[in-house]
Design a protein around this ligand. Structure first.
Ligand SMILES: [Zn+2]
Length: 266
C-alpha cells in the first residue's frame, strides 16, 4: 500500500512543505491555532492559486481548525464563537480545495451532563454548511470529553447521525490521543469502524506520555511510549491518508514519514 502521507506544516507554502518531506499531502492551520480570529490564507498568490497549484503538484491539502473551538460547550460564549469559527474554516478550506477540515471533539466540564454536549454537536452539524468534509478527531484528555473513549464516540456518532448532513461527517484518528486517552491501539480501527463506518484520516504520532495519561504531547516515532508496530499496524488497517504531527520540522517529520513507509510496507 503506497502511503498517502505528509506533515503538519507551516501554511505559507504547504506545497513546498510536502515536497520537502517527500510527502503527497500537507495539513496546516489557517492562521493562529489558539485564536478566535477568522482564517487567513498565507499563500502569497492567494486561495485560488493555492488550489490550482496544489492540484497541479498532486498535493492534497487538509486544514486543522483552531484549538479553542469547542462546539459541545454549555457556555454560549465558547460554543457560539466556536461554531462561527468552524464555519469560516470550512468555507475557507473549500476556497483552497482542501480535502477536509479536522476539528477536535471538544469536552464539557467534569460535572456537566455529557448528553448536552452530544446534543450541542447535533445542533452544530445541523447549522453548518459543509462544502468540504468535516473530520472529527479523537482527543487525549478530559474526564468529560466527547471523543476520548469509545463509549463517548458512539454517543457522539448517534447524535451526529440525527443531524442534517451528519452522514457526511468523517473521523480523524490520532494515535497519540488514542493511546494517551486510554484506548487499545491494536483494536482501535475495528472498534471505530464499528461505530462510525469510516476513518478518513490518521494523525500518526508517538506519545511522550504513558497509556491513559490523558496528556497530549506528540513526539517522533521511537522516542515516545508507544510501540511503533502498533502505530504502523493501525495505519495499515485504517487504509486512509496519514499526517505526522511531530516535532523537528522537515528533518524530524521526514524521518517519521520514512519510518512509517518502511514499517507499513507495500
Ligand atoms: Zn492530531
Amino acid at each position: 500500500m503506497a502511503l498517502h502521507i505528509g506533515g503538519h506544516v507551516d501554511s505559507t507554502d504547504p506545497i513546498a512543505e510536502a515536497r520537502a518531506r517527500g510527502g503527497t499531502l500537507s495539513q496546516f492551520f489557517l492562521g493562529d491555532p489558539q485564536s478566535y480570529k477568522g482564517p487567513t490564507i498565507a499563500y502569497a498568490a492567494g486561495p485560488a492559486a493555492l488550489k490550482a497549484d496544489a492540484e497541479a503538484a498532486g498535493v492534497d491539502l487538509y486544514v486543522h481548525a483552531p484549538y479553542p473551538i469547542n462546539v459541545a460547550s454549555t457556555n454560549n460564549r465558547i460554543r457560539i464563537p466556536g461554531r462561527k469559527l468552524l464555519q469560516q474554516h470550512l468555507t475557507a478550506a473549500a476556497e483552497i480545495g482542501a480535502k477536509g477540515v479536522i476539528v477536535h471533539g471538544g469536552h464539557l466540564g467534569k460535572d456537566e451532563d455529557a448528553a448536552i454536549g452530544f446534543d450541542n454537536w447535533r445542533k452544530c452539524i445541523d447549522g453548518l454548511d459543509m462544502p468540504v468534509p468535516l473530520l472529527i478527531e479523537n482527543t487525549a484528555g478530559g474526564d468529560n470529553a466527547m471523543a476520548r473513549r469509545l463509549e463517548a464516540i458512539a454517543r457522539l456518532w448517534d447524535a451526529i447521525g440525527a443531524a442534517e448532513g451528519g452522514d457526511t461527517v468523517g473521523f480523524c484518528l490520532d494515535t497519540c490521543h488514542a493511546w494517551a486517552g486510554g484506548n487499545d491501539l491494536s483494536t482501535m480501527v475495528d472498534r471505530i469502524l464499528a461505530i462510525t463506518g469510516r476513518i478518513d484520516f490518521v494523525h500518526a504520532n508517538d506519545s511522550r506520555d504513558t497509556f491513559d495519561s490523558g496528556a497530549d504531547r506528540h513526539t517522533n516515532f521511537g522516542s515516545g511510549e508507544i510501540d511503533g508496530t502498533e502505530v504502523s499496524d493501525l495505519v495499515r488497517a485504517a487504509g486512509c491518508p496519514v499526517v505526522v504531527e511531530t516535532p523537528g520540522g522537515v528533518e524530524g517529520q521526514s524521518a517519521d514519514i520514512t519510518w512509517l513507509r518502511d514499517h507499513v510496507g507495500s
